[in-house]
Design a binder for this molecule. Sequence first.
Ligand SMILES: Cc1cc2nc3c(=O)[nH]c(=O)nc-3n(C[C@H](O)[C@H](O)[C@H](O)COP(=O)(O)O)c2cc1C
Length: 399
Amino acid sequence: MYAKNDKITCMNWTLHPVHTKTNACSGLKFTSVSQTTPQQDFDASPGRWHSGHTMLYPLLRPFLFRLDPETAHFIALFALKAFVSGRPQPADPMLSVSLAGIDFPNPVGLAAGFDKDGEVAHLMNHFGCGFAELGTLTPLPQSGNPKPRLFRLAEDHAVINRMGFNNGGQADAIERLRHMPRAGRVIGVNIGANKDATDRIADYVTGVRQMAPFADYLTVNISSPNTPGLRALQGRGPLDELLGAVMAERGAHGPPVFLKVAPDLEPADIDDIAASVVDHKVDALIVSNTTISRPPLRSAHAEETGGLSGAPLHDLALQRLRDFRAALGASVPLIGVGGIASAEQAYARIRAGASLVQIYSAMIYEGPYLAARINTGLKALLQRDGFTNITQAIGIDAR
Ligand SMILES: Cc1cc2nc3c(=O)[nH]c(=O)nc-3n(C[C@H](O)[C@H](O)[C@H](O)COP(=O)(O)O)c2cc1C
């Protein structure tokens, strides 16, 4: 819907040379400017398969950034559906990670919020993503907050959003997921509560019941700053109640359950969440969502209400990951999110304790093949440090 889309929009131009179409919504003509086909992309070595596309993005970005972010996002989703055919991502022996019984072909995933309704998650492996998380999906459809509600902070390589869980609802997504190609893909489903729900915990239980059959993993998102009161569920009492209900509904045979937390936490909050996560045997912790804090920013949109993501979130999200690693040790796998824009930053997050990482905002600024570039860079960093698989590097700086 947003900046992220922008990047993906560029991708559209680089894909499927056989197609030349005009987007009815934008009037834009999506004609291939790349000499490679998607199949060639996959067959080439990771170091080369995205390089041609990568060079295009800097040319396209100025045009994309003239569009309203939500319009750009809409166009991006449209173009993805029209022109990209995702194929199963072959596992890279050096980058493959096993977590909660799931085999991830590489550790770089698409974070929640880009594909709210599960329209394109199965295509993101085309761009090097080892997994994709769709949602947040609420039981009932809801339109979210009034527009404008998404802002690019280009000078800061950041985004502020106050989308408010706009989504088409779980029933709608289920119909789409029934037909989504799944082979060789890892697709997580992020669930939340409707804004006007009288019983929010019941909404999460509904989400588990409805979405579990379609999810490789479920993410319980209690960390969006854009649904009033939602983050109060991170408190010890409410969190125990929520996780008890969610895990009971998931049962012995359901998918792994991950919990996604905010970065805006005090030390006591971190200890409480860690204790609750251990007590309820949550399968992994995603650290973190956007921040309501405002480090120094240069952009005119700096004071917009909402969650800040991208480069200014980097240090805070890394610190929260370290905090949770210190509180939990290696007992609960961590997934690092927030401001990751390079292989070096992804590697630092992994060395700090993350088994996987997710990206969103940086793709807006760096382009759609960022995941592929991070994977290529990760391999070089692992080789430099004498590791043969990325799991050997997880948490090495926290020991
Ligand atoms: C426009 C936008 C919408 C988002 N929507 C969701 C969402 O629905 N659910 C969620 O769990 N996180 C959502 N996020 C948060 C991201 O998943 C991620 O945690 C956050 O942006 C930090 O990563 P980044 O700095 O790489 O963007 C959203 C982020 C953005 C920028």
